[in-house]
Ligand binder design. Structure first.
Ligand SMILES: [Ca+2]
Ligand SMILES: [Ca+2]
Ligand SMILES: [Ca+2]
Length: 867
């Protein structure tokens, strides 16, 4: 032993002396293996919980700046799905002396805790599995070392298995088997993603190839990864089971052995001279002449920043003219991985087409023009908010996006059922309905909340509310959509004489009123009854048979308008709270002024229901008596304040003002209090407003209607409020608060920028309107990772894929806003070839009106500045 240690020490000394290590990959300060152009991470990223396997945990490979492999570890199936179980990960053990990282992965139900250890060797790493006890009998032939590769990264590439050459398929085209379900390792909560029509089967993908050495994309230096082992390695295609599946390399653990039972030599592709090209961030919609224009450039840490960049104007004949040489302002390192410089070209104001040229990279062209913000909200209002309408047939020119869906809505959820989006029905229903009883009247209005097909309370309420605020603030008269609620038909790009903003508000109140009248309140969710329906991809109309479920009929039997197939959605009603009902009131009352000229009956109905709910639940909604939910959980205030304000604005009734005024005045007197939401909140809603400063949400809304004394008090608080709104951007070169480890932060950035507009609108001398532009610029391309626009179909270089309900087609629904950049370890990611990361790419419907508001605000400011 001693001799070996000495030898190793001598080798280390030699390596140090010559500056060359025996191994290519070095264990760095963040505890992952690093070489130029490649990184191997070992559980630096963990399963978040909540949504199970998000394909962002385990042994992972980042190569040439892109995360190409994930999910490395001991798994129990060939191609794990989202809901398949994974081992509980121990804290990482980092041994600096031998440069190793190890974790144990415990499957407590099987008394199985394999240990995964990774250490550098030659140009790669050894991946070892160690066992104290042999693989349990139940898991023999199931437990294996897996490593997953993102298919879209490898489209158009090949692989070698031993000496055989194969194409990595663009589309799953290999073979599967069905096995009896008794052999299946149960998923979390016993879920089943597979509709076996009662046959008792489950699906097992078979290997594409098997050998002792598999090389992924040997022809492409950026993607090449080689795995070699004494044991057999197979490659599988998980997309046979699930569209978000991956290519999986897998070796089964041998039976009856302990100690080191498996070893892979994994060799990624390093490159001594690789430098990531500069990522030049800028707004992909361009700039209005009078605004600030600051490009933020993200640079490889091995790159020496150039002293200057150039702004090029593109001439009609295609030639480019240098209009400005810009000194690069070095900002420095942010978040460990990259360095940043800023290029300020604000004084380029001449309308025209421009590019930015820095460090050998020339960007795509973009306009400088007075009108850049005028139409950038159209796809959200015209398409995203229309295509996501539930209970409608949605047409666009020759295409039907989906038929009239969920016309069988909905059944009272039975007790103690959980839904796959974080919802649970407890043992109290809070309604007059029996479990599985059809609740009438619900097949109207509402939106799919995001990439699935449920109606969530937060989504339908907040979307309606924000659409109402758009009308209050901007009254956009745009009419480019035919929306016929009688025949439940919408036609995109077809004017029908009524402003679309108003019709969208109507689409929200129709659903909210139906829920209030038939259930008593807006249910937390109207969602699919089982996993097979929940993961539906395709036309929403094919999700259910449209016929009301009748338990006296056999499955698939149809009689009249009833069917024995239990596909109707469930109404989850157990999390009722009087405090939550206050949000129902806000949305209905806020909608009233917008609806009253166009749809007077629906306007009256909305106000009637809002006042009914107030009278019925006011007492119980006292925060001292009612559990806090939804927005108020984040804001921490009395949920009745906003309800009373909206009722007062809608009715002028003094009793509402008498209620809210002392409470709002008390908010203005309150000492600032730090309230911070750290985790992802449902659908990317983050608490951003009262982060240790005054809460002026209510006060700013009321400001125009209040007396001088009230206005003076609010004005005094504005500097502290502005400080809170702008503080989050001070730690990075982009000037916005970049958040999001589980769900990315675009929604929060949009809301914060719009709050800056609200201040500017009332106190134009007290805030720099550039803060409003800055949030939008970030979302539209001036951000880390890439410079793609995070709003689908908006901007020159815009998202190619998103997690809408057409994600299986690697497509987008135009006008959706993706969550954006996940921040993991030292890495920012928003994949633009793999649409299936919800935290990066799922377009939540309630972000659409927030984005529309911000665009309209920017357009207003642009017109003011350009005057
Ligand atoms: Ca959902
Ligand atoms: Ca219209
Ligand atoms: Ca049905």
């Amino acid at each position: 032993m001693k001799g070996k240690t000495l030898l190793a020490a001598a080798a280390f000394a030699l390596a140090s002396a010559t500056g060359v290590s025996a191994q290519t990959l070095q264990l760095n300060d963040l505890g992952y293996f690093e070489a130029r152009g490649t990184n191997v991470l070992v559980y630096n990223n963990l399963y978040n919980g909540g949504f199970y396997d998000e394909k962002f945990a385990g042994l992972e490979i980042i190569q040439r700046g892109e995360r190409i492999a994930t999910g490395g570890g001991v798994r129990l199936m060939n191609t794990p799905e989202q809901w398949d179980i994974f081992g509980v990960v121990s804290p990482r053990e980092i041994d600096r002396a031998e440069s190793s990282v190890a974790v144990s992965l415990t499957y407590a139900d099987y008394d199985f805790a394999p240990r995964l250890k990774v250490l550098p060797k030659d140009k790669g790493v050894l991946v070892q599995i160690w066992l104290d006890k042999p693989v349990p009998e139940q898991l023999v032939g199931k437990a294996g070392m897996n490593l997953e590769f993102f298919p879209a990264s490898y489209f158009g590439r090949n692989y070698l298995v031993d000496n055989l050459a194969r194409i990595l398929p663009k589309y799953p085209m290999h073979d599967t088997e069905v096995h009896p379900v008794s052999e299946k390792i149960p998923q979390y909560f016993g879920e089943s993603t597979f509709d076996d029509r009662g046959r008792g089967d489950f699906l097992v993908p078979l290997p594409l190839s098997t050998g002792h050495r598999i090389v992924m994309a040997p022809e492409d230096e950026a993607l090449r990864v080689s795995v070699t082992s004494d044991q057999e390695i197979s490659i599988y295609d998980g997309r046979h089971l699930a569209q978000n599946g991956t290519f999986v390399l897998r070796s089964l653990l041998p039976a009856g052995r302990t100690g080191k039972v498996l070893e892979w030599y994994l060799e990624p592709s390093a490159s001594e001279d690789w430098t990531r090209p500069a990522n030049i961030g800028f707004s992909q919609v361009g700039y209005t002449p009078a605004q600030k224009k600051v490009s933020v450039v993200e640079l490889d840490k091995n790159a020496t920043p150039a002293a200057t960049g150039r702004i090029l104007r593109v001439n009609p004949d295609g030639t480019k003219t240098v209009v400005k040489e810009v000194a690069a302002e070095v900002w420095g390192e942010y978040h460990h991985r990259y360095n940043y410089v800023r290029l300020d070209f604000s004084d380029v104001r001449e309308p025209g087409l421009y590019c930015i040229d820095y460090q050998g990279v020339v960007t795509n062209a973009f306009p400088i023009d007075k009108e850049v913000y005028a139409d950038k909200w159209h796809p959200s209002m015209d398409v995203s908010l229309v295509v996501n309408m539930d209970h409608m047939e949605v047409n666009e020119a020759y295409r039907i996006w989906h038929g009239r869906a969920n016309m069988d809505d909905a059944l009272q959820a039975p007790a103690n059922v959980r839904l796959h989006d974080g919802y649970f029905q407890g043992d109290v229903t809070n309604t007059k309905y029996q479990p599985l009883e059809h609740i009438p009247g619900l097949a109207v209005g509402g939106w799919y909340d995001a990439g699935d097909f449920d109606i969530q309370a937060n989504s339908v309420l907040n979307t309606t509310e924000d659409l109402a605020y758009i009308w209050r603030q901007f009254q956009p008269m745009r009419d480019q959509t035919l929306i016929d609620e009688k025949t439940q038909y919408a036609d995109i790009h077809v004017p029908d004489g009524i402003p679309d903003n108003v019709q969208l508000i109507l689409h929200g109140t129709l659903n909210i009123n139906a829920q209030v009248e038939n259930i008593g309140f807006v249910a937390q969710v109207i969602g699919q009854p089982d996993m097979h329906h929940y993961h539906h991809l395709g036309d929403a109309m094919t999700l259910t048979d449209g016929l009301v479920y009748d338990p006296t009929l056999a499955p698939y039997e149809v009689r009249g308008n009833r069917s024995g197939t239990p596909d109707d959605r469930y109404v989850f009603t157990s999390r009722f709270s009087a405090a939550g009902v206050m949000q129902d009131i806000v949305s209905l009352a806020a909608a009233y002024p917008a609806l009253k000229d166009y749809y007077p009956e629906e306007a009256e109905r909305s106000l009637r229901n809002a006042e009914m709910l107030w009278n019925k639940h006011f007492e119980a909604a006292d925060p001292a008596k009612s559990p806090m939910m939804g927005r108020w959980m984040m804001g921490g205030g009395d949920p009745r304040i906003n309800a009373a304000i909206e009722l007062w604005l809608a009715t002028g009734n003094q009793k509402y003002k008498d209620f809210f005024l002392p409470l709002v005045e008390k908010q203005l007197e309150a000492k600032s209090e730090v309230r911070r939401s750290n985790g992802p909140v449902q659908n990317g809603m983050f608490m951003t407003e009262f982060n240790g400063g005054p809460n002026l949400t209510a006060a700013l809304k009321l400001y125009p209607y209040m007396d001088k004394k009230f206005q003076k008090k609010v004005k005094e608080l504005i500097p502290a409020y502005v400080e809170v709104l702008t503080r989050g951007g001070q730690d990075n070169p982009y000037g916005v608060s970049i958040g999001g480890t589980g769900w990315a932060g675009n929604a929060s950035i949009i809301v914060t920028a719009y709050n800056c507009y609200k201040v500017w609108k009332l106190f134009p001398d007290m805030i720099d309107p550039e803060y409003v532009f800055n949030g939008l610029n970030f979302v539209l391309g001036c951000h880390p990772g890439s410079n793609v626009s995070f709003v689908t179909s908006v901007g020159v270089n815009t998202k190619k894929v998103a997690y809408g309900n057409n994600r299986a087609d690697y497509a987008v629904i135009p006008g959706g806003i993706v969550p954006g950049l996940l921040v993991k370890e030292d890495y920012f990611e928003n994949k633009d070839d793999y649409p299936f990361h919800w935290g990066e790419n799922e377009c939540c419907i309630n972000t659409a009106p927030q984005y529309v508001q911000l665009c309209l605000a920017c357009d207003e400011i642009a017109r003011y500045l350009n005057k």
